[in-house]
Every structure is written in structure tokens, then in C-alpha cells.
Design a protein around this ligand. Structure first.
Ligand code: RIB
Ligand code: CA
Length: 313
């Protein structure tokens, strides 16, 4: 079975970093065609830096990394240093990247790759605000039909918001982009807070990372040590929720997850509920389903997959 071709669109972010590491640790199953950085958790210059630092931590400096959009389509950028720290990758002490950024623009890379690869053979894996993906769809509407699947981390329904009472961060930062993506017609699988808040790095799970004794294991343990303080304080949760690695784990072992194929629309007009993912979980409307919206996962299975794969790096 040939490896699945993916583009990871990301705003690292400690949890993005773990998602990237999991993908790079699984070359038999996933061929990372490129990583596209977007402004989100921290500004673009830092997300593009952090993405390269993670590739080098994984020992994969040949991974093409592109910089994309430095601000949302229609709003000022909202960042999350309060969660991820000033650099976006606080916690481990990693060297500045030596691998270069690719010359081209991330949005062009997404368009050119989708046009160059056979139809429906490339999966897009957005882990941050959907600005790059939406910009590509606006610039080249023809690519929508060429996308195999969009597997994204974003949104919330029963779990409600984490940046406002109504909205999850990735969707909140660029709701217009999210609306474009959710209406583009490509198959969409969503990892909302409803499922990612069940992927908690408890202390025993974090000790398993540290016990790997490798630079990757120790760095991941330090990332989650840093990253968890926000959620522990806010939710009283037992550890950090590993949001973005749910995307990669789904690609590797989809049966870890369960959800419903439902209609999901994005609130873009109200200041009060901007960025809310209005998920018709109970199918109370006649709006056509457009997304597989995940609600549950086998957390122990998730962490044993993640730990086993990180051990390979
Ligand atoms: O709300 C969680 C999401 O926002 C994650 O992708 C995290 O990295 C931040 O981008
Ligand atoms: Ca992210």
C-alpha cells in the first residue's frame, strides 16, 4: 500500500509540533509532501521558524517548509502566546533552524501540488487557522475537486469554545477562511475540542514520553509540561489536550475515533459568536451533511500509537 500523500498546514504550537513529529515518524504510511506555515498561535515568522525546528528535531531537514499567509482573510491576527509562550514552542531548548524556508509561497505550493499530483491523492491536514487553505481555494477554485480529504483540527460543539465562550481558536482566528473551506465540497473530517479534550497528556503518559530518553521524547515531554499549565488552570484537566496530533493519528489509525457525518456551518457575522462551528449533531435541520465531526477517541490507543511512533525518531 503506497504511503498517503499529505500537506501539513500548521501554526506551531507545541501540539502542532507533536502532530508533525508523529507524521514524520510514520513514512511507511504518510508521505509529507510539504509543510505550510500559517499565522496563528504566534506570528508567521515564528510558525515558519518553529516548523523547521521540529523537522530538524525529527531528523528530517529535507522536508520542504513554506511560509504562507501572515494574517487572516478579513480580521486582524489573534495569537495565543498565553498558551504557547512567546516563541510558540516554549518548553524544550531547541536550536534555531539551519534548514532554509522554501522560496515559494505556501499557497502556491498547495495549488501547484494539488494540480501536479493525480486527482484525489493528496490529503490536506490543517492544524491552525484555515487562511492558507482558503486562500488557495479562492486563487484556484479548481483544486477543490482534486483534494482527497481535508482532515483538520478545529471547532467545537458540546465542548464549546476555548478562545471565546462560542468558538475554538483555529476557527475563531479566521472564520471567513473556515466558511470557504467547509463549503468547498471536498471531503472533510473534523477533530473538534469535543474529541481533542479527551486526548489528555496525564503525568503517566508524559513520563512515557520522557522515558524514551531520546531528544524527541524529552522535547515532547518538555513541550507538554509547558503547554498543559493553561488547560490545567482553566479546565482543571489532568494534563494538556493534544489537539493537533489527533489529525495525524486519524490518518494512521482511523478506528481510534468515532463521530457523525453532519452539517457544520461557520458563524461569520456575529461579534458575539464569531467562529462558532454550528454543528447539526442531532440533525434538526435539513442542511446537507458536509463533514465527519469526531466526538470520541480511544485515548489509551492514541497514546500508545503516539509513544511507539515517537520512539522511532
Ligand atoms: O484550539 C486548539 C488549536 O489552536 C490547536 O491547533 C492549537 O495549536 C491552536 O492552533
Ligand atoms: Ca495548531
Amino acid at each position: 500500500m503506497p504511503a498517503r500523500k499529505i500537506i501539513i498546514d500548521t501554526d506551531p504550537g507545541q501540539d502542532d509540533a507533536v502532530a508533525i513529529l508523529l507524521a514524520l515518524a510514520s513514512p511507511e504510511e504518510l508521505e509529507v509532501l510539504g509543510i505550510t506555515a500559517v499565522a496563528g498561535n504566534v506570528p508567521l515568522e515564528l510558525t515558519a521558524r518553529n516548523a523547521r525546528m521540529v523537522c530538524e528535531l525529527a531528523g528530517k531537514p529535507e522536508t520542504p517548509v513554506f511560509a504562507g499567509c501572515d494574517r487572516p482573510l478579513a480580521h486582524d491576527l489573534v495569537t495565543a502566546e498565553h498558551v504557547h509562550g512567546k516563541t510558540g514552542l516554549d518548553g524544550p531548548d531547541l536550536p534555531e533552524p539551519s534548514m532554509p524556508l522554501q522560496d515559494g509561497d505556501a499557497v502556491d505550493f498547495i495549488i501547484e501540488t494539488l494540480r501536479a499530483q493525480p486527482e484525489k491523492t493528496v490529503t490536506l491536514c490543517p492544524l491552525g487557522p484555515l487562511t492558507n487553505i482558503a486562500a488557495a481555494l479562492q486563487r484556484a477554485p479548481d483544486i477543490a475537486a482534486r483534494i482527497q480529504e481535508i482532515v483538520l483540527m478545529g471547532g467545537a460543539y458540546f465542548e464549546v469554545g476555548n478562545i471565546t465562550p462560542a468558538a475554538e481558536f483555529n476557527i475563531y482566528v479566521d472564520p471567513e477562511a473556515a466558511e470557504i473551506v467547509f463549503k468547498c465540497g471536498a471531503p472533510i473530517t473534523v477533530m473538534p475540542l469535543d474529541v481533542t479534550h479527551k486526548a489528555l497528556v496525564t503525568s503517566s503518559r508524559n513520563e512515557a514520553f520522557r522515558a524514551l530518553g531520546t531528544p524527541v521524547g524529552i522535547a515532547v515531554a518538555r513541550m507538554t509540561d509547558f503547554f498543559e499549565r493553561f488547560d490545567k488552570e482553566k479546565y482543571g484537566s489532568d494534563g494538556a489536550p493534544l489537539h493537533d496530533p489527533c489529525v495525524t493519528a486519524y490518518l494512521l489509525q482511523p478506528d481510534l475515533f468515532s463521530g457523525r457525518f453532519i452539517n457544520v456551518e461557520i458563524e461569520t457575522r456575529s461579534d458575539l459568536t464569531r467562529g462558532m462551528t454550528v454543528a447539526d449533531w442531532w440533525r434538526v435541520t435539513d442542511r446537507a451533511p458536509n463533514a465527519m465531526f469526531m466526538g470520541d477517541l480511544d485515548a489509551d490507543g492514541f497514546f500508545s500509537l503516539l509513544t511507539e511512533r515517537l520512539a522511532r525518531l
